[in-house]
Ligand binder design. Structure first.
Ligand code: GLU
Length: 305
């Protein structure tokens, strides 16, 4: 069984590579790789910045850089180049602009890949200083971690193969095999609101997409921002269907007790929205999946609890 899964994954990976290569030559198709270093904005590093009320910041100061949790397999959002180990995407740019505003060179960030199900633990046990990776702010999670932001608004959607005609929205999922990431809000929503769907969970959405391409599942569900990236990379094979059926405000996860860090990141985000860096970052990354820059959502600077 394990071997079979591996073979399927290998085939799917090959299929995606071939598709990406084919898409590359087509007129108007999106670039298959992330943006080149030259197209990315640079962020002015704040000089003499101090945040001595923040334990997390003081620890970073001692270390000399931030350790940031992220995703590594979400096109245009958080991707790790397997050859160089370099991370890129909109979430990565957000992490870099925050680091610069808090006095550390963006190039010094040590990124760590953390899956959806492990984010709260990573923040609670000090494995990372902050987390930027399609992380929905909600009250349940706020019991465990703090959230700066939001810096982007996404919505849950569905990804299917282009040869699929029976699934046009979540109402069509009865008896269908639907894949999502363990510990994610989209997984929980299907479980609760569409109990007749047959849910399949993996650690990451890229494994779900491999399973969709090899007919192991009928749909992948998560945020539209994530699914659009996968669809843009394989437009002949994959499509989004229906309208978004939730609101997923993306926040920057911080340790729950570190309100000083949370407020400083809120201020940093606000400044980067005003000075145009937020839009520049969007255009160079997530904008490549085909949706023009929206207005960023208002920052929710909720009081310390
Ligand atoms: N935004 C959703 C969540 O935080 C889905 C994306 C993800 O798993 O990162 O659960």
């Amino acid at each position: 069984m394990l071997r079979k899964t591996r073979v399927f994954r290998a085939v799917a990976a090959l299929a995606l590579t071939a598709l990406a290569a084919a898409a590359c030559g087509k007129e108007g198709s999106p670039p298959t790789k992330g943006p080149s270093e030259a197209q990315l904005p640079t962020y002015q590093v704040a000089k003499g910045f101090e945040l001595t009320d923040s334990k997390t910041w003081l620890r970073a100061k001692k270390r000399g850089h931030f350790v940031v949790g992220a995703k590594e397999d979400q096109p245009y959002l958080g991707e790790k180049d397997p050859a160089t180990g370099v991370y890129s995407g909109f979430d990565i740019e957000i992490a870099k602009m925050v680091s610069a505003s808090l006095g550390f060179a963006p190039s010094s960030i040590d990124f760590r890949t953390i899956a959806s199900a492990n984010r709260e633990t990573a923040l609670q046990n000090g494995q990372i200083d902050y987390y930027v990776g399609t992380y929905t702010i909600n009250d349940n999670r706020k019991k465990l971690v703090g959230f700066a932001g939001p810096y982007f608004m996404a919505g849950q959607s569905l990804l299917v193969r282009t040869d699929e005609h029976d699934i046009n929205g979540p109402q069509d999922l009865d008896g269908k095999r639907v894949c999502s990431a363990a510990g994610s809000t989209p997984y929980q929503r299907i479980q609760k609101d569409y109990p007749k769907a047959v849910l399949v969970a993996y650690d990451t959405y890229s494994v779900c997409v491999d399973n969709l391409l090899t007919y192991q599942v009928d749909a992948v569900t998560t945020d539209d921002a994530i699914l659009l990236g996968f669809a843009a990379k394989a437009p002949d094979e994959l499509k989004l269907v229906g309208k978004p059926f939730s609101e997923e405000p993306y926040g920057i996860g911080v340790p729950k007790s570190d309100n000083a860090l949370r407020f400083a990141i809120d201020t940093a985000l606000l400044t980067r929205q005003k000075d145009g860096d937020w839009k520049k970052a969007y255009d160079a990354t997530l904008g490549l999946s085909g949706v023009p820059a929206p207005k960023p959502p208002p920052i929710d600077r909720y009081p310390a609890s």
